[in-house]
Write a protein that binds this ligand. Structure first.
Ligand SMILES: *Cc1c(COP(=O)(O)O)cnc(C)c1O
Length: 411
């Protein structure tokens, strides 16, 4: 019989979101008239903006005519899209990139997982706690870990607790690591890494020959100065970092699928015999063999995000979500609930009132306020006692949810 990949059996069965839906279904079955407001989702709700939709349609129409039909495109993405991204998203930050360093993909969940292909299994990997579960689980799947302990930490992976005490900005790992995942603005905590902090990470990575995998999926939600949009704003980062970006949250592409990964040509790793080798060459080889590019109409649509018209429209949607974030943040604070994030990210991370566990608060919020959120403990042991609310909802519903929370917990 063919052997399965036993590493998959080490994973705790996709517990968080199925368990949330189980409890919500149980509640709505028992209370059919209750209007449940969902602030648990990590998905956008607003439709594609007109300029993007127009380009998307044009891309489809091009496919209908022999002279403008597109078959396989470059596995790395069309150079015209990479160039637009470089000019519109990186140049204004003072970051110079070549099209050969930008790889267009079907999203950053895949890229941040697939990137493990070009790293040897012997590398020590550090991740945050709480964390976007993909970083943890993909390392378990490839066999970089042992079993999980009672707390949920996998043997062999290095966890960096992100807590109120360290302002959700973890300390450097206490042991030597080779790969470090950073996510800023952060999902789930909604907090950010400042320029000074990111500089310290880059210096640390350069000193310790580590590679930083920087997930910037929420960079478009940054509103404050001094918060880096790209790790390459920090000097030396091209020698130690890979960056992931996505059109998903930026432009509502969660169901369209487009993202990008930057692998600078200067970024080197070591071969088995200790010689330097370019990660860019490896990723290019990997994509060339295992990926066949993003569809042409999708890349047309993505390019329109950075047109003057497209960007203005996209920005309006982001501002709408960020106004929701403000409503949640201010409402919770007024109710005496301590919360974090929501200024440069569409997530609010709150400390559960009265010292409740994350799941106890989930049940109370659902049963008494008819509001659904995400228990912090689902993102890692250090998330216990915390809770995530998402700003990707309808303003009226968000406002109503916040009013209910205020009535319940406000003095
Ligand atoms: C939503 C999200 C992404 C984007 O994933 P896509 O595959 O591009 O849709 C990446 N990282 C984090 C932390 C996210 O929350």
């Amino acid at each position: 019989m063919a052997r399965i990949n036993d590493n998959y059996l080490k994973l705790q069965a996709g517990y968080l979101f199925p368990e949330i839906s189980r409890r919500v279904t149980e509640f709505t079955t028992a209370n059919p008239d209750a209007k449940v407001i969902r602030l648990g989702i990590g998905d956008v709700t607003k439709p594609l903006v007109p300029a993007v939709l127009k380009a998307f349609h044009e891309g489809v129409d091009d496919m209908a005519k022999g002279e403008s039909f597109h078959g396989y495109g470059p596995e790395q993405g069309y150079a015209w899209l990479s160039q637009i991204i470089i000019d519109k998203a990186y140049k204004p930050l003072g970051v110079a990139l070549k099209t050969s360093e930008v790889f267009i993909s079907d999203g950053s969940k895949c890229d941040s997982s697939n990137i493990l292909d070009i790293f040897d299994l012997s590398n020590k990997v550090a991740i945050g706690d709480p964390v976007y579960p993909v970083y943890n689980d993909t390392n378990v799947m490839v066999g970089r870990s042992g079993e999980a302990n009672d707390k949920g930490y996998y043997e062999g992976l290095v966890y960096m607790p992100c807590t109120e005490e360290n302002n959700f900005s973890p300390a450097f790992p206490t042991e030597k690591v080779d790969v470090i995942y950073l996510c800023s603005p952060n999902n789930p905590t909604g907090t950010v890494t400042s320029k000074e902090q990111l500089k310290a990470w880059v210096d640390y990575a350069l000193e310790n020959d580590a590679v930083i995998l920087f997930d910037a999926a929420y960079e478009a939600f940054i509103t404050e100065e001094n918060v880096p949009h790209s790790i390459y704003e920090i000097e030396g980062a091209k020698r130690c970092a890979i960056e992931f970006r996505s059109f998903s949250k930026t432009a509502g592409f969660t169901g369209v699928r487009c993202g990008l990964t930057v692998v600078p040509e200067e970024l080197m790793g070591a071969t088995a015999t200790g010689e330097k080798y370019s990660f860019n060459k490896l990723w290019n080889r990997r994509q060339g063999t295992k990926f066949n590019g993003v569809s042409y109409p999708v890349q047309k649509a993505a390019a329109a995000v950075y047109s003057d018209e497209g960007w203005a429209q996209v920005k309006e949607v982001i501002d709408y979500y960020m106004d929701n974030a403000r409503i949640i943040r201010e409402g919770l604070t007024a109710a005496g609930i301590k919360c974090f994030g929501g200024v440069n990210a569409p997530y609010i991370w709150l400390r559960t009132p009265e010292g409740m566990t994350s799941w106890d608060f989930f049940d109370k919020l659902l049963n008494e306020c008819h509001v659904v959120g995400t228990p912090g403990s689902g993102f890692g042991p250090s998330g216990e006692g915390y809770f995530r609310l998402s700003a990707f909802g309808d303003k009226e519903k968000v406002t109503e949810a916040v009013e209910k929370i205020k009535q319940k917990w406000g003095k």
